[in-house]
Structures are given as structure tokens and as C-alpha cells.
Design a protein around this ligand. Structure first.
Ligand SMILES: C[S@@+](CC[C@H](N)C(=O)[O-])C[C@H]1O[C@@H](n2cnc3c(N)ncnc32)[C@H](O)[C@@H]1O
Length: 362
């Protein structure tokens, strides 16, 4: 009994101490909460300066800055009038290309931009869109058709798989995307042209460098300052397209089949290419891994800016719809036909199902 009272007393003191601490911390908590409110909806809003700048300047994604920074370093756009933008959705690179190459006065006849992605993309002035998979021959053929025998001056590819978190798998798929892009490039790029592509600097990256070096006399691995240091992402800037003598572009290119029986990183002698690495930008610019305070004019409140271009029909749209209509929870999972049905039809069947449920329970 005595020990009970004693521990009770201790507990009370402990609780009082905690309450005191909470009171002391309350102004801090309110301050932090207000800061968060002022900064935006998600933590990403607060953290990433390029994300905020993209919304302010009307770019569809923060990736726009990566291409802008690469251009600052490599002068990618001078004399360029025909471009292929691979893996383009939601379209910030196409926006950069359209704004930089077309400006206000040029027409579609002067500048040709062909953008390709698996996903649909909202239209952009002067950009021809193809919805397709860049690893498929049919997509490559459609791109080639759009150029009507002419060659492109520049091919860019910001392609990335939906990362799984398994680094080896992600790097492998990324490498396949890059090689698919390279394959398309060999069909459409003019001699002397430039190819820019996202690359994951994983352990087998030397094989990719070596493959790229077969086709381009200058290959540089560049890291724009808008690409987070914490990410293994970088970009290969391949200049002066000069395929080997007698090379005939072929979509069933063995570059893609990866049937090497050695560890890629063990490439030796002339097969091993050491590619220079370049950090684009100096320390005077924003650092994508740092947190910057919002710069609001005095007396002004933060107003949330929504994304410039929300995704059109993203792959998760149907899942959200099924969930909203409580179809995921049902024992009877939706039939394959239902999964393929357009959303308007799904709306109908969801409401039909609801009324059926109501009538049976009646
Ligand atoms: C990082 S996003 C590109 C962002 C884009 N550069 C921009 O600035 O808005 C990567 C894109 O790669 C696309 N992608 C991935 N695999 C693809 C494939 N096999 N064929 C075509 N596009 C693909 C995805 O659909 C996604 O839109």
C-alpha cells in the first residue's frame, strides 16, 4: 500500500513535469504549425526550392530546371530546330524546348518537337505528341515517320521507371530505357547531333558509357544542381553523333539484350571508358538538397499554388476510383471487363451496384 502511494506520488510529479514542459513548448508548436501552414500543403512544398520555383514560373515539373541547367553548361539549343523528347510527361522538358526554340515568333514549320511518353500529356504549343512505349519498335517507327526523312538535331530522354527500391532492378530497367532511347536516336539523329539522357550511376554504369562512346565522340556525365545530391540520377550528355563506319540502325539491336557473361564493371582496356563527370552550376545557385525559407514580401501571406499540370489519366486513377466507390473492399472483385471499362462506365456500374445493394437489403 505504502509503495503504491509512493509510486502514485512519483507518477503525479512526472505528469506535472510533462504538463509544464508541454506548456513551455506550446508557443513553439504553434509557431511551427503556422510556418507549415504558411509554406504549403505538403512537406515537399516546404523543402524543395525548385519545386516551388517550378510552380511560380509555370513549369509542369521541377525537372524543367535540370534541362535548363544542362543547357547553361553545354549550350544544347544553339542551332537546334528538330528535337525528340522521349519520356516527356507531364511535359516540363517539352515546355523548355518549346519556349527556348520556338520563342514567340517561330511556327511549327520552323521548329519540330516530338514528345513521347507512356502517359497522356496535356497539349503544348508546337509539340507533336505520341503516346507509346519507347522500348517498342512500333513507337520508334512512329517517331521516325514524324520526321519524314529528316533528322533530328537533338534527342533528350528523361525516362525513369517506377522505382521499386531494389537498386539493382531499378538500375537495370533504367539502363534498358536509356538503350531503347539510344536505339531510337541512332535512327533519327543527324551526324554531329546531341543526345541527352538520364542515367543511374550504379555499379555497372561503365558498360553504358562504353556503349555510348561507340556512337558519340564526346560523352560527359553531368549532374545539374537541380538534381538532388542524394539521388543516383545524373545525365549523360553525348555530343557529336558519329556512328561507326557502315553502322546500319536496327531496332533489334544487340545492345539491348545485355547477354554479357562478365561483370560489367570489369570492362578493361579499350572497352572500359572513363567518362568525365561535371557538376553543372556553381555554389552561388540554389542547392536542391537544402531547405530555404520562403521569401515573402512583408505583410503578405503564403498562397498555395497548385501544380501547373496535374497528371492526365495516371495509372492509379482507376484504383482511386474503385476505392472511392468501395469496389476494392467487395468480395466480388471487379471483372476484367470492368477494369478495362472507361471511367464513365465504371461510374454507372458503381451506382448500379449501389442501387442493387439497396434494393436487396430492402
Ligand atoms: C521523370 S518523368 C519525365 C519528366 C519529364 N521529362 C518532364 O519534364 O515533365 C519519367 C517519364 O518516363 C516515362 N516512361 C517510363 N518508361 C517509359 C517507356 N517505356 N516508354 C515511354 N515513357 C516511359 C514515364 O511515363 C514518366 O512520365
Amino acid at each position: 500500500m505504502l509503495s503504491n502511494v509512493a509510486s502514485h506520488g512519483k507518477g503525479n510529479r512526472w505528469l506535472t513535469g510533462l504538463a509544464g514542459l508541454a506548456l513551455l513548448l506550446q508557443p513553439l508548436v504553434i509557431f511551427i504549425r503556422n510556418q507549415n501552414k504558411a509554406m504549403g500543403r505538403s512537406s515537399k512544398d516546404k523543402r524543395d526550392i525548385y519545386y516551388r520555383l517550378a510552380k511560380e514560373e509555370g513549369w509542369r515539373a521541377r525537372s524543367a530546371f535540370k534541362l535548363l541547367h544542362l543547357d547553361e553548361e553545354f549550350d544544347l539549343f544553339t542551332g537546334v530546330s528538330r528535337v525528340v523528347d522521349l519520356c516527356a510527361a507531364p511535359g516540363s522538358w517539352s515546355q523548355v524546348l518549346s519556349r527556348k526554340l520556338r520563342g514567340a515568333d517561330k511556327t511549327e514549320a520552323d521548329v519540330k518537337i516530338v514528345a513521347v511518353d507512356l502517359q497522356a500529356m496535356a497539349p503544348l504549343p508546337g509539340v507533336t505528341q505520341i503516346q507509346g512505349d519507347i522500348t517498342k519498335i512500333s513507337t520508334a517507327q512512329e517517331i521516325i515517320r514524324h520526321f519524314e526523312g529528316q533528322s533530328a538535331d537533338l534527342v533528350v530522354c528523361d525516362g525513369a521507371p517506377d522505382v521499386t527500391g531494389l537498386h539493382d532492378v531499378d538500375e537495370y530497367i533504367q539502363a534498358q530505357l536509356l538503350l531503347a532511347a539510344l536505339n531510337i536516336t541512332t535512327h533519327v539523329l543527324k551526324r554531329g547531333g546531341t543526345f541527352v539522357a538520364k542515367i543511374f550511376r550504379g555499379k555497372d554504369v561503365t558498360l553504358l558509357y562504353s556503349q555510348l562512346k561507340i556512337f558519340f565522340s564526346r560523352v560527359t556525365c553531368a549532374k545539374p544542381r537541380s538534381s538532388r545530391n542524394s539521388s543516383i540520377e545524373a545525365f549523360v550528355v553525348c555530343q557529336n553523333y558519329s556512328p561507326p563506319e557502315g553502322y546500319v540502325p536496327n531496332m533489334s539491336n544487340p545492345l539491348l539484350d545485355h547477354s554479357y557473361d562478365v561483370d560489367f564493371n570489369q570492362l578493361e582496356g579499350p572497352n572500359r571508358i572513363i567518362v568525365p563527370f561535371l557538376a553543372c552550376g556553381d555554389l552561388s545557385a540554389f542547392d536542391s538538397d537544402r531547405t530555404y525559407p520562403l521569401q515573402l514580401d512583408s505583410g503578405k501571406d503564403y498562397t498555395y499554388t497548385p501544380p501547373t499540370q496535374p497528371p492526365i489519366r495516371p495509372p492509379y486513377e482507376q484504383a482511386c476510383h474503385l476505392r472511392k466507390n468501395n469496389l476494392l473492399a467487395n468480395e466480388d472483385t471487379p471483372s476484367a471487363a470492368m477494369l478495362d471499362a472507361p471511367l464513365s462506365a465504371l461510374n454507372l456500374s458503381a451506382s448500379q451496384q449501389k442501387s442493387k445493394e439497396t434494393s436487396t437489403s430492402d
